[in-house]
Design a protein around this ligand. Structure first.
Ligand code: NAP
Length: 518
């Protein structure tokens, strides 16, 4: 689908581009790399920050690391033989993304400090009008890669705004604030908190951990990757590919306990043993046993979180917060604890993504209005009524058992297939048929039945306000990838504008084509 022949714009330069990408995390950079590899140069990436990296730029809290092995949590088309650990820490993952942006020549395409405020489909002009903090742009195709975990969720707790001490969210860590010797309250016990709690516990005077729901925690099988191993991967890339494949297949097996509650019991036993080994005190342990099936909420991995809760300066508070006062927190049992700082480990806005309020489709309605609180998309990527829009990590593309980078790559291949299909036919717009989208969503929901996510007995951020799990892909990830790789033309609708051109490819030289009027 080479576009190099007709790329009239300077490198992603002018106010109009063929493809606009929003966000420069794994999704945005991955899409840009694949566009370049296909010969498409006329694209621009809008990034509200001053550097690339998405969630791996924003989350700098102490102990921040990935809970998927790095050899898998990286692009298949940009392997890094030099990962220093099996589960790398944030600085190394961020460096990797910065390197990808540089090495693949993406930097000239990126418009930093460009926050996208609104994107509206212009039916007459057959393109997107994009309002950014630095001016207006147009683009034929719009790839939303703003990330599923980019908007911190601020809890609605009475009096929180009246607190006079320091408050910050884990995704906006204030490194200038010295926690040493402070009385600190942590709200939340999710994936972020289990990583930063053991890091700050030795520093602080008191740590009050406000736990609403205990998480299931498994051991973290992390290790340093030695010089020899790295050299092997550098010299024999096939060895690294084999390592990646082995990790992938092993992780795919983890879908089974999530799909079959009886198998979940086996994994629960492992987690219980981990808890017993880590927390000798039965009364503390009792507070830490989850009352729902493992996997219903994201399963966490940590070796140091549970032991850190046994330290004398830590208290696990399970009574719930009644209110926050200017210098303290009052729990529902009436106990008031004076604190200097409150750290919110309260997660992200996943099912009510703010971008949905700012993307308007053909009939002028926003995604958020169309979705009515329950996001839906064909293959989690395209939405009927929103021509030429592609959402990376859109509805039902998250995973509880494997690497989301794998899902992002699968979606990107779908985007490439759709762009290629539209451009080859000289279409000005492509969108999924409403029936195809509805059938896809219904099939996903059927597949969700009986899984830990619907029958596991918990409330989680996987569920939207209607109670539907519109976040996770409930099947093997290779099934998604296989389906996304091919575009079924019957499930898409093309639009044409008079005088448009289509590309007629030379069968013997696939990157060369001539243009014909449709
Ligand atoms: P999270 O998993 O959504 O956890 C949020 C925590 O805050 C939960 O314990 C939740 O309790 C609690 N909470 C929320 N609102 C509250 C309120 N009003 N009062 C009291 N407690 C409240 O968020 P996260 O830890 O930031 O992680 C989010 C996701 O990011 C993860 O699931 C994972 O996908 C990703 N992540 C990955 C890594 C990694 O790779 N290691 C690290 C960090 C994050 P309830 O459970 O009762 O709702």
């Amino acid at each position: 689908m080479s576009q190099s022949n007709d790329s009239s714009q300077p490198v992603g330069g002018a106010a109009g581009a063929r493809v606009a990408i929003i966000g420069s995390g794994f999704g945005g950079l991955g899409a840009a790399i694949r566009l370049k590899q296909q010969g498409v140069e006329d694209f621009v990436i809008f990034e509200r920050a001053t550097d690339v990296g998405g969630t791996w730029r924003d989350n700098t809290y102490p102990g921040c690391a990935c809970d998927v092995e790095s050899h898998l949590y990286s692009f298949s088309f940009a392997p890094n033989p030099d990962w220093s650990r099996s589960f790398s820490h944030q600085p190394e993952i961020w460096d990797y993304l910065k390197r990808c942006a540089r090495d693949f020549g993406l930097l000239p395409h990126i418009r930093f400090r460009h926050e996208v405020r609104e994107a509206a489909w212009d039916e007459a002009a057959q393109h997107w009008r994009i309002e950014t903090s630095q001016g207006s742009y147009t683009a034929s195709m719009l790839v939303m890669a703003s990330g599923a975990l980019s908007e911190p969720a601020m809890p609605q707790i009475p009096g929180l705004e009246s607190f006079r001490g320091k408050t910050f969210h884990s995704a906006r860590w204030d490194h200038d604030y010295d926690l040493k010797g402070r009385r600190v309250a942590v709200i939340g016990t999710g994936a972020s908190a289990v990583q930063f709690v053991p890091e700050i516990q030795p520093l602080v005077a008191r740590l009050h951990l406000f736990q609403r729901t205990p998480p299931w925690i498994l051991p973290r099988r992390d290790r340093a990757l030695g010089a020899r191993e790295r050299q092997l991967f550098r010299r024999f890339p096939a060895a690294q590919r084999a390592e990646r494949a082995a990790i992938y297949l092993f992780r795919e097996l983890f879908l089974l306990p999530f799909r079959h509650l009886r198998l979940a019991g086996l994994v629960e036993r492992m987690a219980r043993r981990h808890l017993e080994r880590s927390v000798p005190d039965p009364s503390l342990r009792a507070k830490l046993v989850p009352g729902y099936a493992i996997g219903c909420k994201r399963v966490l991995i940590s070796n140091d979180y549970l032991p850190s809760l046994t330290r004398s300066n830590v208290e696990v508070v399970t009574e719930g917060i009644a209110e926050v006062r200017p210098h303290s927190i009052l729990d529902r049992a009436g106990v008031e604890r004076p604190v200097d700082a409150i750290i919110l480990g309260t997660g992200f806005r996943v099912t009510d993504q703010p971008f949905a309020k700012h993307v308007r489709g053909r009939d002028g309605r926003t995604l958020s209005e169309v979705w009515g609180g329950s996001p839906q998309a064909y293959l989690g990527t395209t939405v009927a009524g929103f021509p030429n829009l592609f959402i990376l990590l859109g509805p039902n593309t998250g995973l509880g058992h494997n690497s989301v980078v794998f899902m992002i790559e699968a979606q990107i291949e779908h985007v490439m297939a759709a762009l290629g299909h539209a451009w080859r036919h000289g279409a000005s717009a492509i969108e999924p048929r409403a029936e195809a989208q509805a059938a896809f969503v219904a099939a996903v929901q059927r597949r969700m039945e009986g899984t830990v996510w619907t029958a596991g007995g918990c409330a989680s951020w996987y569920l939207d306000p209607t109670g539907r799990n519109s976040t996770l892909w409930p099947d093997f990830s290779w099934r998604f990838s296989r389906r996304a790789a091919r575009l079924n033309p019957d499930e898409y609708r093309l639009s044409f504008t008079p005088g448009a051109t289509r590309q007629v490819f030379n069968r013997h030289e696939p990157t060369r084509y001539r243009e014909e009027t449709v």
